[in-house]
Write a protein that binds this ligand. Sequence first.
Ligand SMILES: [Zn+2]
Ligand SMILES: [Zn+2]
Length: 336
Amino acid sequence: MRAMVVRAPKELPRLEERRTPEPGPGEVRIKVRACGVCYSDHFVVDGLWPGLELPRVPGHEVVGTVDALGEGVSGFAVGDAVGVGWHGGHDGTCPACVRGRFVHCQTGAITGITRDGGYADYTIAPVTALARVPAGMDPVAAAPLLCAGVTTFNALRNADARPGDLVAVQGLGGLGHLGVQFAKAMGFHTVAISRGGDKADFARQLGAHDYIDSGDADVAQRLTDMGGARVILTTAPDAQAISSVVGGLGIDGTLLVVGAPFEPLQIGAVDLISRSAGVRGWSSGDGSDSSDALAFAHRAGVRSMNEVFALGDAGKAYERMVSGKARFRVVLDTEA
Ligand SMILES: [Zn+2]
Ligand SMILES: [Zn+2]
């Protein structure tokens, strides 16, 4: 099979011929149709993940079909349309797992980081990490929902906001353009925040009811004038921009952080105290969360906007993704 492999830190993934892997007990082999290229793939390409072992096949936004079953696998059959995301398996016994919080498993695997991922014709995944892809869903379009999609969907559906509440989505990139669509489809008063007046029409096309140009307006003040946000979902990895919107939270509001800047956030204590507001992070979801995200997106018409590259062009695709210029996610198509 073809695999795009990172062999050394700071080297782009390169094409290798590899023996098609066999699934072990509890695992399935996925015939990969598409794999998204996520910013987190830089943990592999730049060699930054603690304990990273190279060579490694990156990719944690995998969509394809079950191709072979390992010993003891039930619930999935050859030919089923499936996906696997960042969550690449859990032990089922650690304190996080016994509480059902598989994403936070102490020995959990991460697809494309601690085990080989989806930049390949085939990949192996534990059956407990699989998501179901709805019939009729375009696999190439769907791939980013396995990370960017489930992250924004799952953060919002677990947030303390009800239909009609004001939910602001900061950033209109790969995560944000999905966050706005999910927020609208969940019935929130959806406000998009980005820089530049030219993005207002696009934000409304995505379903935003209102748009705030952060280059032109005091975002916190504008949100306060609208009654204050129940939730501000921050998707852009910009610590200063995130910190600047906290004053726009309403009573009991939550700053819901999914974009990860390197710098620490600077948040005024009084901004939190005066509103009983809080700050919360959120990390993607497990296979069942991804199944829910895919089904919800398919029904509600939430679509990732993607630039598609052939599998063999994974290096180019990665460079396009890190340039920050892609509109909005980058996807590898094994049949392109
Ligand atoms: Zn990701
Ligand atoms: Zn565990």
